[in-house]
Design a protein around this ligand. Structure first.
Ligand SMILES: NC(=O)c1ccc[n+]([C@@H]2O[C@H](COP(=O)([O-])OP(=O)(O)OC[C@H]3O[C@@H](n4cnc5c(N)ncnc54)[C@H](OP(=O)(O)O)[C@@H]3O)[C@@H](O)[C@H]2O)c1
Length: 323
């Protein structure tokens, strides 16, 4: 049985190699976690492919949850046996991971460790997008791309809870059903139709105040066309590929538009912000008002298949590796 997945060189999913690795003891300010579940995120594919540079070799995976096995010197607020979740530090695709204690958050009773792992990065992202990047107001109509994806299903639910009317895009009938179940009012198959035309029809020609676009290359252009005057394109990812350089003039001619490219680290920049966002998410999960759909679970050794399925658009909701 492999104890971790290692990447020695960048490339396709085939570079994800099961291996036996020695786990170091936690250093000062660190904790050693027995990983119950590790989250697979789209960013893992960018790092694996070399789009985002990483020091090689490394163990991929930016989030997970599990039980603390050992704490390093100076860690006083966490103890062995505590269930914690973390995001934003590599090494998750493993049976055991060492992470800084200041990014490990206690998981409350009522939230299974697997659900905690599933809601960390994508949940925090959905949370900051609808509350901070462009705070959604009651009654607004918004557009969410890849609405049946990991971020998409959570973003749709959080925006609905704030009283928005959500238009979602998806590629298949199965994904349409899931997006509607998450609360999407209208679902557009953007693989069949020009979604900007449909948004135009659905908003009586006015456009939307915000587009949450994690798809990138194939959507950003039409996303700009969906915006009403002074609307905001929130470009938060690039699952279809990177967006080419944009001429600022398109913002002017589109109606004094705003463009932002946010990243999670800047929205959980302090421990306070991290615990506030995860606290909101865990409370909603425990109260049953936020459904964290785990679309697929793979054994650790099958990380390659998990990446192939994610990049092949075959997944919905969260993808987990279970060591
Ligand atoms: N900036 C941040 O802080 C932050 C944090 C987390 C995630 N993200 C970004 O958010 C996006 C979603 O992440 P996720 O982990 O939740 O992934 P995901 O949405 O579960 O999976 C990606 C989805 O993108 C859609 N897609 C459209 N064109 C695609 C293509 N050519 N190839 C592959 N997929 C395509 C697919 O949905 P359809 O089949 O329905 O089209 C696919 O299921 C990613 O771009 C990710 O990098 C950003």
């Amino acid at each position: 049985m492999p104890t971790a997945i290692r990447i020695e060189r960048t490339g396709g999913p085939e570079v994800l190699t099961p291996a036996d690795v020695e786990v170091p003891s936690p250093g000062p300010g660190e904790v050693l976690i027995d990983v119950a579940a590790a989250g697979v995120n789209y960013i893992d594919t960018y790092q694996r492919a070399g789009v985002y540079s990483m020091n090689l070799p490394y163990t991929p995976g930016l989030e997970g949850a599990g039980t603390i096995a050992e704490v390093g010197a100076g860690v006083t607020d966490l103890a062995p046996g505590d269930t914690v979740a973390w995001q934003g530090y590599p090494g998750g695709y493993a049976q055991r991971a060492v992470v800084p204690a200041d990014i490990a958050v206690p998981v409350p009773d009522g939230v299974p460790a697997e659900t905690a792992a599933a809601v960390m990065l994508q949940g925090i992202t959905a949370h900051y997008l609808v509350n901070s990047t462009y705070p959604v107001s009651e009654g607004e109509t918004i557009l969410v791309h890849a609405a049946a994806g990991g971020v998409g299903l959570l973003l749709t639910q959080l925006a609905k809870a704030k009283g928005a009317r959500v238009l979602g895009t998806v590629s298949t009938a199965e994904k349409e059903t899931l997006a509607r179940r998450a609360g999407a009012d209208e679902v557009i198959r953007y693989t069949d139709r020009d979604f900007s035309e449909v948004v135009d029809e659905l908003t009586g020609g006015e456009g939307v105040p915000v587009v949450y676009d994690g798809v990138g290359a194939s959507t950003y252009d039409a996303s700009l066309r969906c915006l009403r005057r002074r609307g905001m394109l929130v470009l938060f990812g690039a699952s279809s590929g990177p967006v080419p350089p944009i001429d600022p003039q398109v913002l002017n001619s589109g109606g004094s538009l705003y463009l932002t490219r946010p990243t999670a680290a800047d929205y959980v920049a302090t421990r306070d912000e991290l615990t506030r966002r995860t606290g909101d998410l865990f409370s909603a999960v425990a109260a049953g008002t936020l459904d964290v759909r785990v679309g697929a679970r793979y054994p650790l050794a099958d990380a390659r298949t998990a990446h192939e399925d994610l990049e092949g658009r075959r997944t919905t909701g969260k993808v987990l590796l279970v060591p």
